[in-house]
Ligand binder design. Structure first.
Ligand SMILES: [Zn+2]
Length: 352
């Protein structure tokens, strides 16, 4: 993930918090041997008026109550513990704790839990929470691009809604299904071709992995410095080496799940490199820069790189800046073949 979302966008998390409170209240009632309080008395007073007409909650909560009453106290405790643990998001993502996944809980509780929490997630749209969450993110992020790839543009609020990813898949961690802290707007490619319902904190082989917290994350720089200028996919395409700075185990998970390096090479760097070089050549000519000496070539590359770096994430400028930084560094190191190629490029508007 190239940058994080503002935590303030998750402040309107009342539906999830209400549901967790109701859940604890049901468990307390059952443990105390008391009867189910009924509808809408089961709702916390603060939310009773707003939700009392939502009878879908009434039926699903009553069903959940009937189901947990069939369990022993120990099994009920396991379920309640999963409710808490599946929502310890910072700790789960960093790998500081684990939680029971739905498949590890008694099978009989799966359907009532999924029906209740999926229903709650769907209500985030009706209740306006989903839109205010998206507006909060859109308006406070500088570049309206998908932070998971940096290349997909996110539409403005009011357009058909962008994908809202359950960062912890709701089929596995249903108790967090309506928790805004794991709900992340995501470009459609990242969401529907790469992330899908992948378990972000467990690999398929059963090993644990740390993951980026989307609401507590720093900006990541993409560097291509270790690439070789020639002999990549073709004679004149660099052999790319993509680094993320700072490089952390959580960023490795991001790359594993979203196939970031693979996508950058296949879909952007290889096909676009010739045209990016051509545009650089046009820029040098239009700016009437002299590039007769090695020093002048390096200087032109540096100025172009700085210009791209100032464009932030717009139109893949972060990748272009990394490309010209890499070329500049190789030229500084005296790569005569590259220096000659760039000189010819500017002179003849093509690669020689
Ligand atoms: Zn994306």
């Amino acid at each position: 993930m190239l940058f994080g979302y503002p935590i303030a966008a998750t402040n309107d998390n009342w539906l999830h918090e209400c549901l967790c409170e109701v859940n604890r209240s049901i468990h307390d009632t059952v443990d105390a041997g008391r009867c189910y309080p009924g509808w809408p008395a089961i709702l916390p007073v603060a939310h009773r008026e707003r939700l009392s007409a939502r009878t879908g909650f009434r039926d699903r909560l009553a069903n959940y109550d009937r189901t947990v009453r069939r369990f022993s106290k120990a099994n009920r405790a396991r379920i309640l513990e999963a409710v808490t643990d599946q929502n310890r998001l910072s700790d789960l993502l960093i790998g500081r704790c684990n939680c029971a996944r739905l498949a590890e809980l008694p099978k009989i509780v799966h359907k009532p839990v999924k029906e209740l929490f999926d229903f709650a997630f769907d209500r985030l749209t009706d209740l306006g929470v989903r839109d205010s969450h998206y507006i909060g993110i859109y308006e406070t992020t500088q570049d309206h691009v998908c932070p998971f790839c940096g290349v997909e543009y996110m539409d403005a609020p009011g357009a058909p809604r962008e994908a809202l990813d359950h960062y912890l898949a709701k089929s596995i961690y249903p108790f967090a299904a309506a928790n805004l802290r794991i709900l992340v707007p995501m470009g459609n490619k990242c969401n529907s071709r790469y992330k899908l319902t992948t378990d972000i904190i467990w690999r398929d082989d059963g090993t644990r992995r740390p993951a980026i917290d989307p609401y507590s994350h720093f900006r990541v720089q993409v560097l291509l410095d270790d690439s070789e200028p020639f002999h990549g996919e073709s004679e004149y395409t660099p052999k790319w080496a993509i680094c993320f700075v700072p490089d952390t185990p959580a960023l490795a998970t991001w790359d594993e799940v979203f196939k970031v390096r693979e996508r950058y090479c296949r879909d952007h760097l290889n096909p676009s490199f010739p045209s990016w070089l051509g545009i650089f050549g046009s820029w040098v000519r239009s700016a009437r820069l002299e590039i007769d000496s090695d020093v002048e070539i390096v200087d032109a590359l540096r100025r172009y790189e700085e210009c791209l770096a100032a464009c932030g994430m717009q139109d893949r400028a972060f990748l272009k800046a990394a490309v010209f930084r890499m070329l500049r560094r190789h030229c500084e190191a005296g790569d005569q073949r590259l220096l000659s190629q760039i000189k010819n490029l500017v002179a003849h508007s093509g690669i020689s």
